[in-house]
Design a protein around this ligand. Structure first.
Ligand code: SF4
Ligand code: SF4
Length: 433
């Protein structure tokens, strides 16, 4: 059993983003979180469990463990899925601990050159500038629609370089990007029951534009006027999860300026990871005297689309979904936002023959860019998930997050399953059409 060690003020990180004693001392080392942790379930190692990671963070913060390869490996392997938070009887805010631990890594550890350069460019440039993101998306679209991927696959080159599975996980880039809709207002159908701002998202705008369009249509059908304010940016979730908290703060401030408006009843998103981070902007901006009060107002308005529709009360769709449907909880919806009932309720209202799979709230291994950065481990976690899916033989696997959709589609394909993977909103949209 690990011993508690008092923090050493001389060696503790001085950054305001350091994992504080107040956060990690809440852990009483009971181990009740271990079986809820996907990496512990696969690897069976204490160092890759929530309790083990908290202990390493504590040691590193106390200056007794170097922020070196071993520490970075175990912290990098964490999905930041926060399943341990739900399991923890002591109220440990594990997400806050691991995100601060990653900030500690970014400021105290030098990653290999290529990794460092790619991370700096992706987080620092591409995700913060939608013109750059669109440029790279166009390039990827050209590649995906050319004969090159097929040739590379047939030649075996992708397998030789170990990127075959990563390539299969890449989202299919859309013909037109959702950025074109920025600045538009979509009127409510019939009597107006609400007015919302939609966060369209970064990757969603280039690879899930049709899902955003479906989200708007479903809201309209439910009497909601939808604004897609121009000037909105990435929510900062990927930055916060990777330890780039200053960049996440900059993005949070921008979204507060653009989306916090008394005209809107809610700020709606169809991506669980974005919603979870936006509901925690006050944590990011707690030391920002100018923005901290606005951050609280902002996060009080943020709603996941399923949560918003469930609270509004769904207008009955014309068609019923007479299919056997199971649901995978996106981690940042179930554990980050504690939203579990709303998506299930919507599926039942659709007329689905709903069947609960085992361990539906255990991560599928997607976790932002985790399935690329930690591909091998992610695939092992996905294999366990697909065992749970197979146990209930669904015709449709529903979820409420784009990252989970891509991961589950890859899992279903690998297993040769016929089940379709759909966002709850896509199913609603189909029922209204
Ligand atoms: S966040 Fe997820 S992967 Fe990380 S320690 Fe907690 S349960 Fe395990
Ligand atoms: S369940 Fe909570 S208190 Fe117990 S070991 Fe895990 S994080 Fe610590």
């Amino acid at each position: 059993m690990p011993q508690l060690i008092e923090p050493n003020p001389r060696t503790q990180s001085q950054s305001s983003d350091r994992p504080t004693w107040e956060l990690y001392s809440v852990c009483i080392h009971c181990g009740l979180c271990l079986n809820a942790c996907p990496t512990y379930r696969v690897l069976g190692m204490e160092a890759d469990s929530p309790r083990g990671r908290i202990y390493q963070v504590l040691q590193a913060d106390a200056g007794r463990l170097p922020i070196g390869n071993s520490f970075v490996t175990h912290i990098d392997r964490c999905l930041d899925c926060r399943g341990c938070e739900t399991a923890c009887p002591s109220g440990v805010q594990y997400g806050r601990i691991v995100e601060r631990a990653r900030s500690l890594i970014e400021t105290n550890y030098k990653r290999p050159w290529l990794e460092r350069t790619l991370r700096a460019y992706f987080f620092g440039k591409v995700l913060r500038d939608f013109r750059k993101l669109a440029g790279w998306a166009r390039l990827l679209r050209f590649y995906q629609r050319s004969p090159i991927p097929k040739l590379l696959r047939l030649s075996g080159i992708l397998r030789v370089f170990g990127v075959e599975q990563v390539e299969a996980l890449a989202p299919r880039i859309d013909t037109s990007f959702y950025f074109e809709n920025f600045g538009q207002v979509f009127p409510a159908d019939g009597e107006r029951r609400g007015r919302v701002a939609l966060l369209a998202g970064c990757i969603s705008s280039v690879a899930f534009a049709e899902l955003n369009a479906a989200t708007v249509r479903v809201l309209q059908r439910n009497g909601v006027e939808v604004h897609v304010p121009a000037g909105q940016g990435c929510c900062g979730a990927l930055h916060a999860h990777a330890g780039f908290r200053d960049q996440a703060r900059e993005l949070a401030r921008n979204n507060i300026r653009v989306l916090l408006d008394s005209r809107f009843d809610a700020i709606v998103t169809n991506a669980a990871g974005c919603g979870s981070t936006m509901k925690e902007y006050s944590d990011l901006l707690e030391h920002d005297l100018e923005f901290r009060d606005q951050a609280v107002q902002f996060e009080n308005k943020v709603k996941d689309i399923t949560e918003y529709l469930s609270e509004q009360g769904l207008r009955s769709p014309q068609r019923k979904l007479a299919k056997r449907v199971t649901y995978q909880d996106p981690c940042h919806l179930a554990h980050g936002q504690r939203v579990r009932r709303a998506p299930r309720e919507l599926l039942r209202q659709l007329g689905a023959d709903f069947v609960e799979m085992p361990h539906s709230d255990i991560c599928c291994g997607s976790a932002g860019i985790y399935n690329v950065a930690q591909n091998e481990l992610s695939m092992k976690i996905l294999a366990q998930k697909m065992n749970d899916v197979a146990a209930v033989t669904p015709e449709i696997i529903a979820t409420a997050n784009v990252g989970c959709m891509l991961q589950l589609r890859a899992g279903a394909k690998q297993r040769g399953m016929n089940a379709e993977v759909k966002h709850v909103i896509e199913l609603l949209d189909e029922a209204y059409r």
